[in-house]
Design a protein around this ligand. Structure first.
Ligand SMILES: *[C@@H]1O[C@H](CO)[C@@H](O)[C@H](O)[C@H]1NC(C)=O
Ligand SMILES: *[C@@H]1O[C@H](CO)[C@@H](O)[C@H](O)[C@H]1NC(C)=O
Length: 392
């Protein structure tokens, strides 16, 4: 009897405490070909359907080799909240950019929870499209390489994204996203190849990334709150940018940006360092609670900049006046070299001046001359040693 009870308890223990089986779905078993030329989209989608339909944790395995993927949307909701999308090889976009059509997206995860995408490389093969755009021919907009939309508890880990046609990674309408150890690269003159774009999302962290691109390394759109960025190398590129904001909004009202921290970032040869940029239109919105600290600038054209006069082509900016209010922005311990004389430039809105700007321990130099600070409609305080001297 005692023996039976022991056996029963042992079984119960095993059932309760051992990890549940992690089903592995290898895309090769669903017909994918690692030959770089057979479209594996259907195979990937079938493997996803299996992983997503599993009631226990599941792994979708993409082995070494190159997989051509025309386009894929991985939809949830799924039956489990622990799916690993584990990439060991390269997933390549079609070489002919006209094949994307007008959707603007290559690989999409929508309405998923608890998905981790790791390792491997996404190759957007964007170079022909960039050439088309740079030549001024009429070309399609192109596609974002990887989009997570309307999703929760996402991890993007150790992924490389190269040569996207448009943005590399977009996080839209998500809650709880950790992007760590990603490597992003596209030519320094490639149009609109932003590294990571975050919008309408909360609780996103981007930690330890290397981003070299033709547009913003990281861009932050409306409706972003509680964003943490740390240990990023940026360059070439246009820097880390909150905005552009205030372009269009429902009934002239746009969601604000709140609680953004950018910490320990190196900018090398970029157009901007830390930037906040709003259109000079009558769309209302706000940016508040931003901290930029421990940044190193190496030959950056606009190391610290707020530009509320953005209006390319001077269209739909009747009075050149932004309604996006910018407040409580702190710059602390920002050092290095500016590639222009105006190392600090606060060009704020006449009707909505920037307030609560704080500068502390800044040292930005320009060649052998004294760099300058410029302020328009900007209020706040400077403490510690601030070079060039504050104009707040
Ligand atoms: C790309 O596809 C389009 C439409 O199918 C075709 O007209 C064009 O010739 C292709 N380009 C190349 C380089 O194959
Ligand atoms: C921003 O941070 C403050 C202070 O930690 C917090 O009270 C506020 O709720 C945060 N805002 C959002 C939108 O989460």
């Amino acid at each position: 009897m005692a023996k039976l009870i022991t056996l029963f308890l042992l079984k119960l223990f095993l059932l309760c405490f051992l990890p549940r089986s992690n089903a592995v779905y290898d895309v090769l078993n669903f017909g994918a070909k690692a030959d770089g030329k057979t479209d594996s989209a259907q195979a990937f989608l079938k493997a996803w359907t299996a992983a997503c339909g599993s009631s226990s944790p599941a792994t979708l395995h993409v082995p070494a080799g190159s997989f051509l993927l025309s386009q894929a949307t991985f939809n949830g909701p799924c039956k489990n909240t622990a799916i690993k999308f584990s990439i060991h090889g390269t997933i390549a976009a079609p070489s002919n950019y006209t094949k994307f059509g007008a959707s603007g997206k290559w690989i999409v995860f929508d309405d998923v929870e608890g998905v981790t995408i790791s390792g491997g490389e996404l190759d957007g093969r964007g170079a022909d499209l960039w050439t088309c755009k740079l030549d001024g021919r009429s070309c399609p907009t192109g596609a974002t390489s990887l989009t997570f939309s309307n999703s929760k508890n996402i991890v993007i880990d150790g992924l490389a994204s190269v040569n996207s046609e448009l943005y590399h990674i977009v996080i839209l309408g998500c809650q709880g996203v950790r992007v760590q150890g990603v490597y992003i690269t596209a030519a320094g003159n490639s149009p609109n190849t932003d590294g990571i774009h975050v919008q309408m999302s909360t609780g996103v962290s981007i930690v330890q990334a290397t981003i070299k691109t033709g547009d913003d390394c990281i861009s932050i759109g409306p409706g972003t709150s509680n964003l943490w960025i740390e240990r990023v190398f940026c360059g070439p590129g246009h820097g880390i940018s909150i905005g552009s904001l205030g372009k269009e909004g429902q009934g002239l009202q746009e969601e604000g940006v709140e609680n953004v921290t950018v910490k320990s970032v190196v900018f090398a040869g970029t157009q901007n360092g830390v930037r906040i940029k709003t259109w000079a239109t009558d769309v209302r919105g706000y940016v508040k609670g931003v901290v930029f600290f421990n940044a190193l600038m190496r030959n950056v054209q606009n190391p610290i900049i707020i530009d509320q006069n953005y209006c390319p082509g001077n269209k739909n900016c009747p009075d050149q006046n932004s309604r996006v209010g910018i407040s409580h922005v702190k710059y602390k311990n920002i050092r290095g070299t500016s590639a222009t004389k105006d190392a600090v430039n606060f060009d704020c809105s006449p009707s909505n001046p920037c307030n609560g700007i704080r500068l502390k321990n800044i040292k930005l130099t320009y060649q052998n001359e004294q760099a300058k600070s410029k302020c328009k409609h900007a209020y706040g305080i400077a403490t510690g040693s601030v070079i060039p001297p504050s104009c707040l």
